[in-house]
Write a protein that binds this ligand. Structure first.
Ligand code: MRU
Length: 338
């Protein structure tokens, strides 16, 4: 696995703090942010220094501990919940912190670390369940295609979409990965290509608009992506562009898989039309490459996520097993199984 450590609690409960790898600086610089107040955690989530659904949840849990250090647990929990709207893991983790009986720093830190550790284990289990699929669909040299970063940088462990890749690599299985660069913020290029390359996995970067051609050339055997929120019927929100990849995969008869832990499911909403979609600032489109690439005052529209309908998903790989076929009944069976 890549040796980047995206999130860590440093020190004890009373005086410790949260250390985050600043992912906005990757791959050029490996710099860390030391967060000692709630606002700095909120800012880090908002500007995507820490990102990826499970990791946002873990960061918010530690942020609640920092709030308690300043006798402001409730304010911290309420405030952190406003940082980003789509990833349900954020709200799931904050709810867990609110349910801690003794609202003091030691008990809260134990819960935050438990959330972090559980995520690590869930990633591993997703990898184990996903491995046979990866083996099945890459035997004739075809690659896995992924979009955005649902990797070690987005979770407490070996990632979700990348988990089967890390497990396969550990077992010496030969396979290739195509990473979509993922406009506008390039998580695929800056993060997925970076962490897979550092781990020694055979990764090839493509621009988002090359996926159709690469599929037509027969180079892709399967798609695996992560998710930020999955509705009760299996509709799955993930980074903008994912839905397009799913449509392309269906056209080319390529199986499209979503990998996500149970903490990413929102069974309170019947389908994907209820998932709140984050809107991002125009500068992420007009100045995304560090310089102006569009005329001044041009109008932009920038949804950060889209929803892939369950009908396009071959299976959802969870730490509790495969959801296959992707139906409301099967989602309940697997996610409510413990
Ligand atoms: O905006 P980001 O970078 O937080 O978006 C991340 C994604 O869309 C990931 O694919 C998703 O969170 C899955 S994380 C394992």
């Amino acid at each position: 696995m890549s040796n980047l450590n995206p999130i860590a609690w440093i020190g004890d409960a009373a005086t410790g703090h949260l250390r985050l790898l600043d992912q906005t600086q990757l791959p050029a610089r490996e710099t860390y942010l030391d967060c000692t107040d709630v606002q700095s955690v909120w800012d880090a989530i908002k500007r995507l220094s820490v990102r990826g659904a499970p990791e946002i949840g873990i960061a918010a849990a530690y942020g609640c501990v920092i709030g308690a250090q300043h006798n402001q647990f409730d304010h911290a929990a309420d405030h952190l919940a406003t940082s980003r709207p789509t990833a349900v893991n954020l709200f799931w983790a904050i709810d867990r912190m609110r349910r801690v009986q003794r609202r003091e720093v030691h008990a809260l830190l134990v819960e935050a670390k438990a959330i972090h550790d559980e995520d690590r284990r869930m990633c591993r289990s997703i990898g184990d369940y996903g491995l046979p699929l990866l083996r099945q669909h890459t035997t004739n040299g075809q690659a896995v295609l992924t979009h955005c970063n649902a990797g070690a940088l987005a979770t407490g462990g070996i990632g979700t979409a990348t988990a089967p890749m890390y497990v396969a690599h550990e077992q010496g299985l030969p396979f290739r990965v195509f990473a979509d660069e993922t406009r506008p913020l390039l998580q695929g290029a800056r993060l997925t290509a970076c962490e897979l390359q550092r781990a020694g996995i055979d990764v090839t970067l493509i621009c988002d608009n090359m996926a159709a051609q690469v599929m037509r050339e027969g180079k892709v055997g399967m798609v695996i992506v992560g998710a930020d929120r999955i509705a009760a019927n299996g509709d799955a929100a993930n980074k903008i562009g994912t839905y397009g990849v799913a449509v392309l995969a269906r056209h080319h008869h390529i199986p499209f898989y979503v990998a996500a832990p149970s903490s990413t499911f929102d069974l309170s909403i019947p389908d994907g039309s209820h998932i709140p979609i984050e809107q991002r600032g125009s500068e992420e489109i007009t100045e995304g490459f560090g310089r102006r690439t569009a005329p001044d005052h041009v109008q932009t529209y920038s949804p950060a996520f889209d929803v892939t309908p369950a009908s396009l998903i071959a299976a959802i790989i969870t730490e509790r097993g495969l959801i296959e076929p992707v139906t409301m009944q099967r989602v309940r069976q697997v996610i409510d199984s413990r």
